[in-house]
Design a binder for this molecule. Structure first.
Ligand SMILES: Nc1nc2c(ncn2[C@@H]2O[C@H](COP(=O)(O)OP(=O)(O)OP(=O)(O)O)[C@@H](O)[C@H]2O)c(=O)[nH]1
Length: 551
């Protein structure tokens, strides 16, 4: 190597970490060339605009001289390409006065054959004190692929520090995914619900996809399996999309609410499963296309589906839509960066997809939690409606039966007696006949309002049906219960109902019976029979009065 070939060099002492750029130079050849063929050709200075090459099958050469200006210290450095999916990375290097040596790195060999124990193809060398090392790098892919010329140069200590930091971040990522998997499994077991298992499958395949892309799966999971490192990605990614669809179908009940979309997703799942089979039988191109189609279908289908479900009133679908939108954005940016020249970020932007994926996984858990809460709210609402009279919004017989048990327990504790009063509107049929059913309804609502105003926290107030109402009063003695009953009766008769310009006067009759006292504890049925007897007496004597049950 002559000084003209390497007019400038990189000082290793100043290196720390940098991306390889001018004074480094580059050369592109259409076919795979050997060093002797390119050595005498003109290399161009490598600048930012020469980094991204889209999809390409050419051969790329990089050249740099690394100089150790220290007269006494040897200096160690490391270089590696930014992608863990570079097929062939050949390093030619020579220290001052030494002949060229060659190290051919490829991801078609077991992981342990790599000279540097790193998830990406890396090369490490020590430049002796006062010498320099001339380096030629050849990058090429066996099949056309996304090409970036980003090569990282490190002082070895900085590199090792960085790898520790990087491992910590990866550990954090996989730790979160594993935690989510555990949570989802616990829910799947506790709730016996498949949706949580599908969510688990989604998390596992998503985590595995990133373990594959980062090269960590090769380094730690299957260091001897060249097949899984090179071919596993499509299989795992297709599995990821299949489980994402399965989860989405279960989560949004697509079979019920979006039958056509459900059919489409099921068909796509079958096609993807078929693509996985093809992959095992060695097909590459078709499966690659299918994996891309799968990728594209998740990008569009899932956020759109979530949005539609949300618009249809499925509240918890908003988190689902947001989750997939974030994921899709990350993926679009990464794809645009890796396969086009729109962004100049090379492979580094994949990290945005990974972060997007992590946020997505967390949001999907939020969506699952919100769905559980929505279901619980529905359940409570259903119970409330089942216990409620729709006209007056008072409780009904069913509520009275439930609440009687609560009242009975309180009585057992406090010994404060409980009285049952039954109330029945007087001549209601005549009012209905005179003013119409709607007017009658207003009167029933008016009476409900009066009852509500007398109903304390510990009392129970219901509409038994028709123009009959009942109340359980927990008061110290019968005269207090009677006083309350009389107040209700008087207030109701003193406040006519206004309907279409008419002030409709009305009265009611009340029957009162002790239900739970220290001397006698009746069942609800028994108490109702007795209160009804008293009510009958009130009706048959004068109406508009309260009668107390007399044994
Ligand atoms: N508007 C309205 N009327 C109702 C409703 N439920 C029952 N009724 C009416 O309430 C009336 C009850 O009539 P009756 O059982 O003869 O009693 P009454 O006319 O009040 O006579 P007494 O109870 O003997 O004073 C019937 O005409 C029913 O149609 C309702 O939800 N709305």
């Amino acid at each position: 190597a002559s000084p003209q070939v390497f007019p400038q060099s990189v000082d290793i002492a100043q290196l720390e970490h940098r991306l390889l750029r001018a004074p480094a130079t580059f050369l592109i050849t259409d076919t795979r060339t050997e060093l002797d063929e390119v050595k005498q050709r003109a290399f161009m200075p490598l600048t930012d605009e020469h980094i991204n090459h889209g999809i390409s099958a050419k051969t790329y050469w990089l050249r740099v001289r690394l100089e150790n200006t220290s007269p006494i210290h040897d200096r160690a450095w490391v270089l590696h390409h930014e992608s863990s999916y570079l097929d062939n990375f050949t390093i030619y290097y020579a220290d001052t006065g030494e002949p060229m040596r060659k190290v051919a790195l490829t991801d078609r060999q077991p992981f342990h054959s790599r000279p540097v124990d790193y998830r990406k193809l890396a090369f490490s060398h020590v430049t002796p004190a006062g010498e320099s090392t001339d380096v030629y790098l050849r990058l090429d892919y066996d099949k056309a692929d996304s090409v970036s010329l980003n090569v990282h140069l490190w002082e070895r200590d900085d590199f090792e520090r960085y790898v520790r930091w990087e491992n910590l971040l990866h550990g954090g990522y996989f730790g979160i995914i594993l935690t989510l998997v555990c949570i989802a499994l616990l829910f799947a077991i506790a709730m016996r619900e498949l949706t949580f298992l599908y969510y688990c499958a989604f998390l596992v395949t998503s985590g595995l996809t990133w373990a594959l892309i980062s090269g960590l799966a090769y380094q730690y999971f299957w260091p001897d399996s060249v097949f899984w490192h090179n071919e596993g990605f499509h299989i795992v990614y297709l599995l990821f999309v299949i489980s994402a669809f399965q989860f989405s179908r279960a989560f949004l009940h697509t079979a019920k609410y979006f039958p056509r979309c459900n059919k489409l997703m099921r068909t796509l799942q079958f096609i993807m499963a078929f693509a996985i089979l093809l992959r095992f039988f060695g097909d590459y191109e078709l499966v690659l296309d299918m994996a891309f189609a799968a990728m594209a279908s998740t990008l569009i289908l899932l956020p759109a589906l979530g949005w539609r479900a949300y618009r249809k009133g499925v509240v918890y679908a908003r988190w689902f839509a947001a989750a997939w939108l974030i994921y899709s954005l990350g993926l679009v940016i990464s794809l645009a960066s890796a396969y086009t020249r729109v962004f100049d970020w090379g492979m580094e932007s994949l990290v945005y997809t990974q972060i997007g994926g992590l946020i997505e996984s967390l949001l999907l858990l939020v969506a699952l939690a919100e769905r559980l809460m929505a279901r619980e709210a529905d359940r409570r609402q259903a119970i409330r409606l089942a216990n409620q009279d729709p006209l007056t919004q008072l409780g009904n017989r069913r509520l009275m039966a439930q609440q009687y048990e609560v009242v009975r327990e309180r009585f057992a504790r406090t010994q404060v007696p409980v009285f049952l009063i039954m109330l029945d509107l007087d001549h209601f049929k005549a009012i209905n006949d005179a003013y119409g059913h709607i007017a009658g309804d207003s009167i029933l609502q008016h009476l409900a309002d009066v009852l509500r105003s007398y109903c304390r926290e510990e009392d129970v107030c219901i509409r038994l049906g028709g123009e009959e109402f009942a109340m359980l009063l927990q008061v110290p003695n019968e005269s207090t219960a009677l006083k309350t009953a009389e107040r209700i009766r008087q207030e109701f008769s003193n406040t006519p109902t206004f309907y279409q310009g008419h002030a409709i006067a009305h009265t009611l009759s009340i029957g009162l019976s002790p239900a739970l006292t220290t001397s006698e504890q009746l069942t609800l049925q028994e108490a109702m029979v007795r209160a009804d007897e008293a009510l009958y007496r009130a009706k048959t004597t004068s109406r508009n009065c309260t009668a107390v049950y007399a044994a």
